[in-house]
Ligand binder design. Structure first.
Ligand code: ADP
Ligand code: ADP
Length: 232
């Protein structure tokens, strides 16, 4: 199944002399239970692609779909709802609330949305996160790697159709980064989640099943990563 799909997606910023074509007819599919890395030089359109697919940025042309929902033309209210219910985000800065413990942070988006988490799913996510007795600790009492695990678990908790990550290990040292990336990949395997991760770190991309390369707003390569299994 296809979790998200861009078709001839075009994004233009500015006009006249300031015009920048950030995405130039990009077509790409993100399949369910697949972990995709998006790579490319700075300014190649990686963040723009992610923002357009996640409904954070409007598109100039073409189509962006999450599952079978077309994002172009959705009003702000429906977009907000779609992001909340069907998309998970993992950022470079973990964005955890300092006054809540790990478990409360994991549950927070659903609490805000007034959604009751699927108890069995939540148990599996919490089991996967591997924080054991640290679930009652606040972020300041956790290492950077542990905090990012909490942020990943928070993104997984609502069973989103797709999770977007923007350099999720950019602020971690290499050991903590490897731990989070391994955890993310195993979560995709065990829970069947779909992850799209923007990165310019080849080590991070090494954990992905597939790598999509952008250059100048176009897809220039799209390849399976046969060694994803052997990393760690
Ligand atoms: P990447 O994530 O690969 O570094 P971006 O998607 O951030 O690339 O940017 C792609 C291009 O679009 C760049 O030329 C960038 O300067 C331009 N761009 C991105 N966001 C904006 C914006 N809000 N306004 C104008 N230009 C932008
Ligand atoms: P990254 O490539 O790591 O996403 P950037 O510095 O390219 O970081 O972009 C950071 C933010 O600034 C993004 O939200 C992007 O949309 C915006 N941005 C990038 N380039 C421009 C630009 N030329 N003009 C205005 N905003 C921009």
């Amino acid at each position: 199944a296809v979790a998200a799909k861009a078709t001839d997606l075009t994004k233009v910023y500015g006009d006249g002399e300031t015009k920048v074509v950030a995405l130039d007819h990009v077509s790409v599919e993100f399949r369910q239970a697949e972990y995709t890395a998006i790579m490319g030089p700075s300014g190649s359109g990686k963040s723009t692609l992610m923002h357009c697919m996640a409904g954070l940025d409007s598109v100039s042309g073409g189509s962006a779909r999450i599952g079978d929902t077309e994002l172009t033309g959705l009003g702000d209210k429906r977009l907000t709802q779609l992001r909340r219910d069907r998309i998970g985000f993992i950022f470079q800065s973990f964005n955890l609330l300092p006054t809540l413990n790990a478990l409360e942070n994991i549950r927070l988006p659903m609490d805000i949305a007034g959604r009751k988490p699927d108890a069995e799913w939540l148990d599996r996510v919490i089991g996967t996160v591997g924080l054991g007795d640290r679930l009652k600790h606040r972020p300041a009492q956790l290492s950077g790697g542990q905090q990012q695990r909490v942020a990943v678990a928070r993104a997984l908790a609502g069973q989103p159709d797709i999770i977007f990550g923007d350099e999720p290990t950019g602020n971690l040292d290499s050991r903590a980064g490897a731990e989070v990336l391994g955890f993310l990949r195993n979560s995709v395997r065990e829970l069947g989640q779909t992850v799209v991760m923007v990165t310019h770190d080849p080590v991070a991309a090494g954990y992905a099943d597939r790598v999509v390369f952008l250059a100048d707003g176009r897809v220039v390569d799209d390849m399976a990563n046969p060694t994803a299994e052997s990393v760690l």
